[in-house]
Design a protein around this ligand. Structure first.
Ligand SMILES: [Zn+2]
Length: 284
């Protein structure tokens, strides 16, 4: 992916180096559930109590820390800023075409743990979007984890950021609220199925980002598309269950199978069109 030297977003808060000690207390949630059950809890705000175990009040917002200057971490931060900037252009244009204003999200870079309107969260939960404050939260150390899981390369990382941005779009569209309300009246299994639809739509929206960014800026290099699709495979629920040594249990899926995730990402990349990302269509 050709991203170096591109314009960077101003909408990034760098909170690395803060909250580390408290973060260690809450690492009991870490490592297992990123992009899975725990993230779902965060996303729907159901995990508030659960996530507060490790710390005191969730209302202490911390001031952005000084940016650290160590090489690898800073390259990751620069990369995040570039992807966010490109997304501001893509989604700004898409909203403008329907005469709507795109409310740009803030993105918080953190290390160890972070406090958001969704509670206190440790890095182990993976990147997440909190609809309560319209912010995306990413600990760049997740990218090494993604590589270990089979999601190698820059474009795989971009897909993860674009997926979280997809949740922001869903929040602006009122889709996430609607789904949450529906889930309150559903069985666990049905509720999981709704989560899968929401997640697959975020994957499709990530594809939309890729489609328009490539069209305008020609950022893709040989192998990039495969990188993103491999990442989508790697974080599919079936793949993650197998990787954790568990049997594959489709009823417990919250994010979709590897095949579904790769499919919807491809749909977004192919069409670049929100109307093609209707993962709820057959419910109507
Ligand atoms: Zn998601």
């Amino acid at each position: 992916m050709r991203w170096k030297g591109r314009a960077q977003s101003e909408n990034v808060e760098d909170r690395r180096g803060r909250g580390g000690l408290i973060g260690r207390k809450s690492t009991s949630f870490g490592g297992i559930a990123f992009f899975g059950v725990l993230l779902l809890f965060l996303f729907f705000g159901q995990g508030k109590n659960l996530l507060n175990i490790g710390g005191d009040s969730t209302s202490q917002e911390q001031a952005p820390s000084q940016q650290r200057t160590d090489g690898k971490q800073d390259e990751a931060a620069e990369f995040i800023r570039v992807v966010l900037k490109l997304s501001e252009e893509v989604w700004g244009n898409i909203f403008a075409r329907s005469n709507a204003h795109y409310q740009q999200p803030k993105l918080v870079i953190f290390s160890n743990s972070v406090v958001s309107a969704c509670g206190r969260t440790s890095s182990g939960a993976g990147p997440f979007y909190c609809p309560g404050d319209n912010k995306i939260y990413i600990d760049p150390s997740f990218f090494s984890e993604l590589t270990r899981m089979g999601g190698k390369g820059d474009f795989a990382k971009a897909y993860v950021i674009a997926h979280e941005l997809g949740h922001h779009i869903q929040s602006l569209q009122g889709i996430s609220d609607k789904v949450t309300r529906m889930q309150q009246r559903m069985s666990k299994m049905k509720s999981n199925q709704m989560s899968v639809r929401l997640e697959l739509q975020a994957d499709c929206y990530a594809g939309i980002w890729a489609h328009h960014t490539e069209k305008k800026h020609h950022i893709l290099e040989q192998g990039d598309i495969e990188e993103a699709i491999n990442a989508a495979y790697a974080i599919g629920d079936d793949h993650m269950q197998k990787r954790a040594g568990m049997g594959v249990n489709a009823a417990s899926f919250t994010h979709g199978s590897s095949k579904q995730r790769a499919h919807w990402l491809k749909i977004g990349m192919l069409h670049g069109d929100v109307s093609k990302c209707d993962t709820f269509a057959d419910l109507r």
